[in-house]
Design a protein around this ligand. Structure first.
Ligand code: TA6
Length: 278
């Protein structure tokens, strides 16, 4: 694994090369911006209109959501980890390691903590590990997600397999509860206009993103939930840091721990991972 410091759209990043694959991680947010396996095809969506000056989160790649998911709490949407500048700690045997340390000095979240993001890369696999540690003297509770923006050619041809039988909260319909009866989640008809925004609980099977002949497997461990999001045409047109047709070019399939927040006692640690590959 080779590692170099680079600047991308004016923001400091770490580029990782391994077995012909590359990944780019912005220190802002500890956020993956690009993953190109050895076949040379980009797998992540990053908006051309993404903002890199720190005035808004970067739209695309893999934002780290912590310690709050969405607006389920008093903090800013999706918490603060994606807005902070992380540190590159170096490389372990298998991964580049990034960290974010909180000293408990935030008035609205006064808990000392340490987050680590491990980014492992081989020819055709991306392995992400997120670790949270309570370094303070009080218990703390958090939600977390790897908000993975997967690049697709045309959302109308995309299906996600592996969620049949799972219950989900429909965030686009006020959090109502439903069960996934269909074999796959597809983005056709009404969903193309209204979008899909769902939190699936107790997901055990590996997922597969299917688009025509292309398949990408997504496995996760530690994270109990999966969030599936595409804004659809209506909301997509209102998101300022997306170009007009960008909503067709991605789907977020997020490894998440949302429905049941994690509680860490002092000294306690939690780990979750998401693995993308063939
Ligand atoms: O994870 C899905 C979601 O919570 C959606 O509801 C949508 O708002 C999306 O995240 C993006 O949020 P953002 O704050 O990055 O615009």
């Amino acid at each position: 694994m080779q590692i170099e410091s680079v600047s991308f759209r004016g923001t400091p990043c770490i580029r990782i090369n391994s077995q012909g694959a590359t990944a780019l991680v912005a220190l802002r947010g500890g956020q993956l911006l690009s993953w190109v396996p050895a076949d040379g095809r980009e797998r992540l969506f990053l908006s051309e209109r993404a903002v890199f000056d720190g005035s808004a989160p970067i739209r695309g790649g893999i934002p780290v959501v912590f310690p709050q998911f969405g607006e389920r709490g008093a903090l800013r949407k999706h918490g603060f980890a994606r807005d902070r500048v992380w540190t590159f700690d170096g490389q372990s045997a298998e991964a580049a390691v990034f960290s974010l340390v909180g000293h408990g000095t935030d008035a609205d979240w006064p808990y000392p903590f340490r987050l680590h993001l491990h980014v492992g890369l081989s020819a055709d696999r991306l392995v992400l590990g997120l670790e949270a540690e309570n370094t303070g003297a009080m218990p703390l509770a958090f939600a977390a997600a790897l908000h993975t923006y997967l690049r697709v050619e045309d959302i109308a041809r995309v299906a996600i397999e592996g969620l049949q039988g799972c219950d989900f909260e429909d965030s686009a319909a006020g959090g109502t509860l439903h069960r996934q009866h269909d074999y796959d989640v597809a983005f056709a008809d009404d969903a193309l206009d209204a979008g899909i925004d769902r939190i699936y609980g107790d997901v055990v099977a590996p997922l597969v993103l299917v688009e025509g002949e292309r398949r990408l497997a997504l496995e996760q461990d530690g994270f109990g939930d999966v969030v599936v999001w595409n804004p659809g045409a209506h909301l997509g047109a209102q998101i300022r840091d997306l170009a007009p047709d960008d909503w067709r070019r991605f789907v977020c399939v997020e490894a998440a721990q949302v429905l049941q927040p994690v509680v860490l006692t002092p000294g306690g640690a939690w780990r979750g991972s998401q693995v993308l590959g063939p």
